[in-house]
Design a binder for this molecule. Structure first.
Ligand code: GCB
Length: 602
């Protein structure tokens, strides 16, 4: 029995550590460090049978593609990166070559870079995100591996990098798996590849790896946080300065490099109307690191969401990280962020739900500059394998990597732990532990999840989910008028809620093909979608305690679940804007309502 238990523990241990094998604790704020981008054209080899990794007996081979060798007589080497085609990094592979549009499997990437080591400096290799699983090799040696498609990770390569040319090989695998997060069934495109930037980060031998600087929860007169040093002089003195507020504080970290602080201050508060950011400088241990940080409080009181102590209505829209105006592909960089968020602003939003996974860092930063509050989410979506401890470890790891990356972005007001997950006891345990972990990591924000509605009696709708008691919001998706009846149903139903927490309806809407017109009773026309919007708005106006909403969705997006020829053609058409930027009638209905709400909450 004891033996069995040990074996089980050993197995669990292995599986969990494989999630992030060899990975160094995340270095944050990479935009403001000494960096060299490794973006560009990388050679790639499609490897459906993972021949670059396994031999013909399916055993890991010593002679894998990671050695980056090539045919030189008389050797037999059956691959050659140099003569292989290239993919641009960072970008998904599906949108770069027609034969890759539907590809879900293994691809090997290779780039080369020159490096001149500087004595006393450390070097890290940072990946913004790779979907889904990756194994990274430098000069033929395995650095480690990572699981999870939307969050950053890094390796220390100080002792492995060569003076001169280096070969960097990355095996990427985006096969769907039942025990993955997300699981094998989801309503968006499984874009594979090195989808976010790859960066070399050079640091002094001791450096500021991470820090947290926000207002103390509920206190607009105090800034608090911590700094984490990394290196052989963990107790080096650090100065945190906010010049515009004339604040400066000196910290001496403990033997683990950690220092907490509080500063009395009365900063001008960040709001959607005035998204004020302050320059913050952290210096010491041989480096100076800048950031731009905003300060705001976010709380709930009864059914109200209070931003800086004042009731706010979250006028939102849901957004997938799908590239605008390019027939799909993952969105990346500032330009895509500005286009998508610019549309949200034009609609009258002060809030965006970045569904269903952490979006790229530029998206959050641009939203912060533009005055958009953010709902941030991890891909715990639909029917996850709730009883599997590795799945929980995986979800937790994605949650932690996301919060670590974005915790200094004041526009994030809600961390969400799940979307439309079916009620059960194991699922409640799983999600409760994610909620607890979120609060441990960051107690300054609200915690939500997109729950589901139920019709308890004919015409009486509610949200009955036991998860609700652990969340700050009554947040849920509902599709009255689209999946649930026709638009007229909206006028026949009433909502009853089990608590007076703020109600945030995280999804509702319906589909339309842009440019298709007809009677409002004809599905897929812009007129039908417009009717779904009008009827839902009438219903939402009757909901007491409604504090925000993010209809589904800003822009049409690719999904393998949407085959209807001539209408969907592989796209979920619930966008209020088409994938090529055409605004549908529903866009203007939302714009009108949000104008009214803006006036009402002034
Ligand atoms: C949902 C899901 C979302 C889907 C949407 C739809 O409830 O949360 O991921 O895309 O419905 O269009 O059906």
């Amino acid at each position: 029995m004891k033996k069995m238990k040990l074996l089980l523990l050993a197995l669990l241990g292995t599986a969990t550590s494989l999630l992030a094998e060899g990975i160094y604790p995340q270095i944050t704020n990479i935009d403001n460090r000494r960096t060299t981008p490794l973006n560009g054209n990388w050679h790639y080899i499609i490897d459906q049978l993972e021949t670059g990794y396994y031999d013909y007996r399916r055993k890991p081979t010593e002679f894998g593609f990671f050695l980056d060798e090539k045919q030189e007589n008389p050797k037999l080497i059956e691959y050659n990166f140099d003569t292989s085609p290239t993919l641009y990094v960072p970008r998904d592979w599906n949108s770069q070559a027609p034969e890759l549009l539907y590809y879900e499997g293994c691809i090997w990437y290779r780039t080369k870079f020159d490096h001149k080591p500087t004595s006393g400096k450390r070097l890290f290799l940072h990946f913004g995100a790779i979907n889904y699983q990756s194994i990274v090799y430098l000069n033929g040696k395995k650095l480690g591996q990572h699981i999870g498609g939307y969050t950053p990770f890094n390796f220390e390569i100080t002792s492995l990098v060569k003076d001169g040319e280096n070969s960097l090989v990355v095996m990427v695998d985006n096969k769907r798996q039942k025990e993955a997060v997300p699981t094998d069934n989801f309503d968006w495109w499984n874009y594979g590849g090195i989808t976010r930037p790859v960066t070399l980060i050079e640091t002094p031998s001791t450096f500021i790896r991470d820090y947290f600087i926000q207002l103390t929860k509920g206190n607009a007169g105090e800034i608090s946080g911590w700094v984490q040093l990394d290196g052989d002089k963990p107790q080096s003195e650090i100065t945190v300065e906010i010049p515009e507020l004339k604040k400066s504080i000196k910290l001496t970290p403990d033997s683990k490099g950690y220092a907490k602080f509080t500063i009395k201050a009365k900063p001008q508060l960040w709001t959607p109307e005035n998204p004020k950011l302050y320059k913050v400088t952290l210096s010491g241990a041989g480096e100076t690191l800048n950031d731009e940080i905003g300060f705001r409080t976010i709380e709930t009181s009864g059914s109200k969401i209070l931003l800086n102590g004042k009731p706010v209505f979250c006028r939102g829209i849901s957004i997938h990280e799908e590239a605008p105006l390019r027939k799909g592909g993952r969105a990346y960089g500032k330009d895509d962020a500005r286009t998508l968020l610019g549309w949200a602003k034009e609609m009258g939003c002060n809030f965006v739900r970045l569904a269903h996974y952490p979006h790229n860092e530029q998206m959050i930063k641009e939203a912060e500059r533009m005055g958009l509050m953010v709902w941030s989410e991890i891909p715990v979506y639909w029917t996850i394998d709730w009883t599997n401890p590795d799945v929980l470890a995986n979800a937790k790891n994605q949650l932690e990597e996301n919060i670590t990356r974005d915790k200094n972005r004041c526009n994030i007001i809600i961390w969400s732990v799940a979307n439309e997950t079916p009620v059960s006891a194991p699922r409640l345990e799983f999600l409760k532990s994610l909620v607890e972990r979120t609060r441990q990591l960051d107690n300054t924000r609200l915690v939500g999840a997109a729950m589901e509605k139920e019709e308890i009696r004919p015409g009486i709708l509610t949200v009955h989910d036991p998860l609700g008691q652990y969340l700050d919001l009554l947040s849920f998706n509902q599709y009255v008028g689209w999946y649930d009846g026709l638009p007229e149903k909206c006028d026949r139903v009433n909502w009853e809620f089990p608590s007076d927490k703020p109600v945030v309806i995280t999804e509702w809407g319906g589909g339309a093909l842009a440019g298709m017109h007809g009677d409002k009773s004809e599905r897929w026309t812009e007129e039908f979608q417009e009717e779904v919007y009008k009827a839902n708005i009438r219903m939402l106006k009757r909901i007491k305690g409604l504090a925000g909403t993010t209809p589904w969705i800003l822009m049409d997006f690719r999904s393998p679940k949407r085959p209807l020829t001539g209408i969907q053609d592989g796209f979920n058409r619930k966008g209020v804007i088409s994938d090529y930027g055409q605004k549908k009638k529903a866009f203007y209905i939302m714009q009108e309502w949000y104008k009214e709400l803006e006036e009402e909450y002034k």
